[in-house]
Design a protein around this ligand. Sequence first.
Ligand SMILES: CC(C)(COP(=O)(O)OP(=O)(O)OC[C@H]1O[C@@H](n2cnc3c(N)ncnc32)[C@H](O)[C@@H]1OP(=O)(O)O)[C@@H](O)C(=O)NCCC(=O)NCCS
Length: 174
Amino acid sequence: MNDLAALALRDGTCVPVRGIRADDAAALQRLVERSSERSIHLRFFGPLRELSEESARHFADVDGEARFALVALDPDDPDEIVAVVRYEREGETGGAEYAALVEDRFQGRGLGIGLTRRLIEAARENGIGRLHAMVLRENTGMLNLLRSLDLPERKHWRDGAEHIEIDLQPGAAA
Ligand SMILES: CC(C)(COP(=O)(O)OP(=O)(O)OC[C@H]1O[C@@H](n2cnc3c(N)ncnc32)[C@H](O)[C@@H]1OP(=O)(O)O)[C@@H](O)C(=O)NCCC(=O)NCCS
């Protein structure tokens, strides 16, 4: 998905959405800089003063199949990324790790769920059968978001986090 699409938030705000591009690395660093300590802790499981150039380049560099990410742009400033959702295939397991970060001022407005639904469409088209999310127990927003997808999920607790597997092809032959 390289073309610009629009996603309507619950309050009616229209947010441009597109696939991530290699030249988004600096905007990803700025998104992390603007994010609160709490959001960074929930996303990266610890403090992070800044996203290194190397990590930002890695996150922005996807192949659109095994590694895929969507970004939402600030409706008032299309140079700034206000949210990113991604998946990364985990070996040959048929599953992929999922992660998301929504800038604080855009949280709770339907952006995370809207982006995640679009990510899931792309993941299915790319043959991904399951998404795997690692979520801290206090992260009720993420736990609620995953539950509101209304897809079968399995949870287990390991290494201080909930590991949640979402089945993207319910009903498909095993
Ligand atoms: C977690 C995160 C990605 C969720 O994105 P978001 O845009 O804030 O969430 P959304 O508004 O799309 O949806 C989540 C909430 O809306 C609810 N919701 C979803 N669809 C809904 C609908 N159609 N109508 C009403 N409520 C709905 C969800 O149940 C959830 O409930 P909450 O009120 O307890 O938060 C975001 O808050 C974030 O980036 N947090 C910090 C980093 C982080 O936690 N990353 C995830 C690490 S795995």
